[in-house]
Design a protein around this ligand. Structure first.
Ligand code: GCO
Length: 464
């Protein structure tokens, strides 16, 4: 099973597995948070002048999303932000990682819609009043459809537009926002959006995918530069998908597919970000794909960041496969599984953080996503007993703790997700939330894991 967005049907056997309790931290200043993304939680897709995004178009196209679902309403955070902020306050988190919808702020991707910021003003003010740090991501996959019509991420112009959009966001919000993420998982944007076509805009043009990667990297760099120009003390980084995978076997030969996957999905982003340019191996392996680097681009992409975000769920297992250019394919592992058949691989946190710290010298790392999904629903007494999630989180928090104790520079952790939401092409089936959402009534019910995280955060606060 491929990690990203390929979830299978929930396995009822996982229900009822009890957690033992993760070891609490007492790390001063460690940031505990939760994460969501605009298209997944906001709804209100036509309010206050919001324009259509590629995900609106994709979700409304027949056959793209499980059960023909879309996020026109989803959990309606656009109208229920008060309730959600109150839940976060009750939870005790120190930060909320959410994303700004580019088509809300610039409906056509370039013309400012001041009303589009009103919602974010309200949300950010409420977070600050509750003592929660707002950590917006500028791009979590909802490109304005108008920019797609002009070429999407295959067009260099989209990266330039992103720089302007980032500057507009900083102008509007940097007085109250101190920590920013530029782009969430550009790997998924490029490979699911342009190679497999499982995500918006649903293209299958592998020959163009490195062009898309380069423009995403450039967009990131331009956004970093725009922040430096706009704010002296704002901090910024990117949120990447976990770089590491596992080899299916133990032989020398099994390392080759690992390297090939690292080059294609991790180093192609990390190397230029850290000033090394693109890996040479790519040109040899993919002779028909070009990376349209222009003079000065690599300097822009390598603009220093303040931290690196890693979304960590598990390490995919890969085996050699010479049938295509990649040289690797993802295979099943014998790891225990979550209800949606993702591997339970707690050491993935420590291993990934160690790898970026050692390979790239990353000085400040945030785990920007971690969590698991299941078929959660409340019992007859109204309580949602997601014991499998509690067991999962305990194991991952222990790995996090081991990593921090070992001196790895991890400064925060954002649990995916605050609330059940729209899981891309899988629709509303897989529920990742600490809070259950009834998508008919929009009622919110904190699950058992909500109270578990609440206790964990409370116990993890240092003695002062
Ligand atoms: C991602 C996204 C989230 C997902 C989450 C669960 O990493 O794919 O950032 O939007 O919903 O990871 O799949």
């Amino acid at each position: 099973m491929q990690r990203c967005r390929r979830v299978t049907q929930p396995d009822e056997n996982m229900k009822g597995r009890e957690g033992k309790g993760g070891t609490p931290f007492s790390t001063d200043g460690f940031l505990w948070g939760v994460a969501t993304a605009a298209y997944q939680v906001e709804g209100a897709v036509r309010e206050d002048g919001r324009g259509p995004s590629i995900w609106d178009t994709f979700a409304h196209a027949p056959g793209k999303i499980a059960n023909g679902e879309n996020a026109d309403r989803t959990c309606d955070q656009f109208h229920r932000w008060r309730e959600d902020v109150a839940l976060m306050k009750e939870l005790g988190v120190g930060a909320y990682r959410f994303s700004l919808a580019w088509p809300r702020v610039m409906p056509d991707g370039k013309t400012l819609n001041p009303a589009g910021f009103d919602y974010y003003h309200r949300l950010i003010d409420a977070l600050l009043e509750s003592g929660i740090r707002p950590c917006p991501t500028l791009y979590h996959w909802d490109l304005p459809q108008a920019l797609q019509d002009g070429g999407g991420w295959e067009a260099r112009d989209t990266a330039l537009r992103f720089g302007d959009y980032a500057a507009a966001c900083y102008r509007a919000l940097a007085d109250r926002v101190s920590q920013w993420f530029t782009i969430n998982e550009p790997q998924c944007v490029a490979y699911f959006g342009y190679e497999t076509g499982d995500h918006a805009p649903g293209c299958r043009r592998p020959q163009d995918v490195f062009r898309v990667v380069h423009h995403l990297n450039l967009a990131h760099g331009l956004a970093v530069r725009a922040l430096r120009a706009a704010s002296a003390d704002g901090r910024v980084g990117i949120a990447l998908q976990q770089p590491l995978a596992r080899a299916a076997g133990r032989g020398e030969d099994d390392l080759q597919p690992l390297e090939a996957k690292l080059d294609k999905q991790a180093r192609i982003f990390l190397d230029p970000l850290y000033g090394r340019g693109y890996p040479d191996s790519l040109a040899a392996r993919y002779p028909d794909r070009t990376i349209p680097v222009r003079e000065g681009d690599l300097e822009v992409i390598a603009s220093p960041c303040d931290f690196l975000g890693l979304n960590v769920y598990f390490r995919e297992t890969v085996a050699r496969d010479e049938s295509g250019s990649d040289g690797f394919r993802t295979v099943q592992s014998d790891f225990p599984k979550t209800p949606v058949q993702w591997d339970i691989d707690p050491e993935a946190i420590e291993a990934n953080a160690r790898w970026v710290a050692e390979e790239y010298g990353s000085q400040s790392i945030y785990i920007t996503e971690n969590g698991c999904a299941g078929p959660d629903r409340p019992d007859a007494d109204g309580r949602c007993r997601d014991t499998y999630r509690i067991a999962f989180l305990d194991q991952y928090w222990n790995s996090l703790r081991t990593a921090v104790d070992a001196g790895l520079p991890i400064h925060g952790y954002f649990l995916w997700s605050l609330i059940d939401n729209f899981e891309w092409n899988h629709g509303f089936g897989p529920r990742f939330g600490l809070v259950y959402c009834d998508f008919d009534t929009l009622e919110r019910i904190p699950k058992d894991s909500f109270y578990h995280y609440q206790r964990h955060i409370a116990q993890s606060k240092g003695p002062g």
